[in-house]
Ligand binder design. Structure first.
Ligand SMILES: Cc1cc2nc3c(=O)[nH]c(=O)nc-3n(C[C@H](O)[C@H](O)[C@H](O)COP(=O)(O)OP(=O)(O)OC[C@H]3O[C@@H](n4cnc5c(N)ncnc54)[C@H](O)[C@@H]3O)c2cc1C
Length: 384
């Protein structure tokens, strides 16, 4: 009998499992895929070049992750080179500041400085703060690039939280093996079973029976750290009403297409990434923050249902200033994130309260915000 079984090996599950193991508990981490990471997915097209297909940036405010770091001096973390995010307008990169209306901001900011974010969505909050023009021209596309989905309905209090910074770590960083490499390192010696999708949960007087197809494991406590829709399915046998309510939050699909191109073939100047705005992609994230002598890499996060594969390849080539024949390596992936709203905040608290008397705990990016740091913090605080 395990003390705790954690289901899902993304940042939430890894953080929950690593904390429980450090506390001396007999834990097991079950992951459906053949790798740890979930939305943290480092693609390695050549021996010495990798590219992030999902999350790409970590900050020194991600305390729950940094607390698990094996090297107390953070020597394993690599600061990102200073390259910026830009819009693409008429085929040329444009600074976000070029889209800021100072007049619009001056007409709103002084009257809304103390505006409380609680209960507001991002569009309402930032329109009051900086004006409708700044929202539509600058902030809506910039935040959609951050969240990889339309940003307006997202809860304002879960975007850009004030957090303590670990000053001895680089401010913005990656890892020599990419963020998936870092996460795998943070998992440390936690026992992990990859390729193990959990199919059901049954609670009883002896704890929880965790079903994996035809086999079963027993544990005193289970932490569900899967995407929201999978969590809703697994929760159905524990609290059907709660599971149904949870399942009502939609998931946002992001169609990611990534390429690695010989650096000499790309006309786009070095950038951290591009903000898609009205175009067919939310963002195009580059690897230029960790330059490579031979390769440049770009992960385009496309809005769902807009383009077929040929259309995506043509768009990537157009933006990079090359042809699809120049792509040396390509990789596609569907990324999935919950589409959260201000009601998600209150519901997260209700979920925690309703499950408190059961042997089931939740962790995941729908309980405290989408960032790696927020997901990890929630997992560290709520999985004991
Ligand atoms: C394109 C993109 C870019 C992003 N960029 C950043 C960024 O730069 N910085 C940042 O801080 N955040 C970023 N994020 C957000 C962040 O990556 C995610 O919110 C976070 O990684 C979610 O972690 P999680 O562990 O809660 O969920 P997930 O990463 O979704 O992990 C859930 C895990 O559960 C597993 N699973 C599913 N079903 C089962 C089952 N039945 N049994 C066992 N396992 C199962 C899955 O395979 C998966 O590994 C980005 C997200 C995306 C999609």
């Amino acid at each position: 009998m395990y003390d705790q079984i954690i289901i899902g090996g993304g940042v939430s599950g890894v953080t929950a499992a690593a904390n429980a193991a450090r506390a001396g508990r007999n834990v097991l981490l079950l992951e459906a895929a053949d790798r740890l990471g979930g939305c943290v997915h480092t693609w390695q097209p050549t021996d010495d070049f990798w590219l992030e297909l999902g999350a790409h940036t970590a900050y020194n405010s991600y305390g729950a992750m940094l607390a698990l770091n094996g090297d107390p001096n953070f020597g394993n973390l690599i600061p990102r080179a200073k390259v910026g995010y830009h819009f693409l307008a008429d085929g040329r990169v444009q600074s976000p500041f070029a889209r800021l209306s100072f007049l619009d901001a001056a007409l709103h900011l002084p009257f809304n400085l103390g505006l409380n974010k609680t209960g507001l969505d991002v569009q309402t909050y930032f329109t009051r703060l900086l004006g409708a023009g700044n929202w539509s021209k600058l902030l809506a596309p910039a935040f959609a690039a951050v969240l990889s989905q339309p940003a307006g309905p997202y809860p304002a209090e879960w975007l850009f939280k004030r957090k303590q910074r670990e000053k001895t770590a680089p401010r913005k960083f990656t890892h020599a093996a990419g963020l998936q490499g870092w996460l795998t390192e943070l998992a440390g010696t936690v026992p992990v079973r990859l390729g193990s999708p959990v199919t059901g949960l049954v609670t009883g007087p002896d704890g929880v029976r965790v079903q994996l197809g035809d086999t079963e494991l027993t544990t005193r406590q289970v932490v569900i750290a899967t995407p929201l829709d999978v969590a809703a399915r697994l929760l159905a046998a524990i609290d059907a009403g709660l599971a149904e309510q949870l399942g009502q939050t939609p998931m946002a699909d992001i169609e990611t297409h990534a390429v690695a191109v010989n650096a000499g073939k790309v006309k786009l100047p070095p950038v951290a990434g591009l903000i898609g705005g009205d175009d067919v992609f939310f963002s195009a994230v580059s690897r230029d923050y960790l330059p490579h002598p031979r390769w440049r890499g770009f992960a385009f996060h496309f809005k769902p249902g807009r383009l077929d594969q040929a259309g995506k390849r043509a768009k990537v080539a157009e933006v990079l200033g090359c042809t699809p024949n120049d792509f040396a390596f390509e990789q596609s992936k569907i990324n999935r994130l919950p589409a959260l709203t201000p009601t998600s905040v209150a519901f997260a608290a209700e979920l925690e309260a309703r499950l408190a008397a059961t042997p089931v705990r939740l962790a995941g990016n729908y309980l405290n915000g989408l960032s790696l740091g927020d997901a990890a913090q929630y997992a560290a605080d709520h999985s004991q």
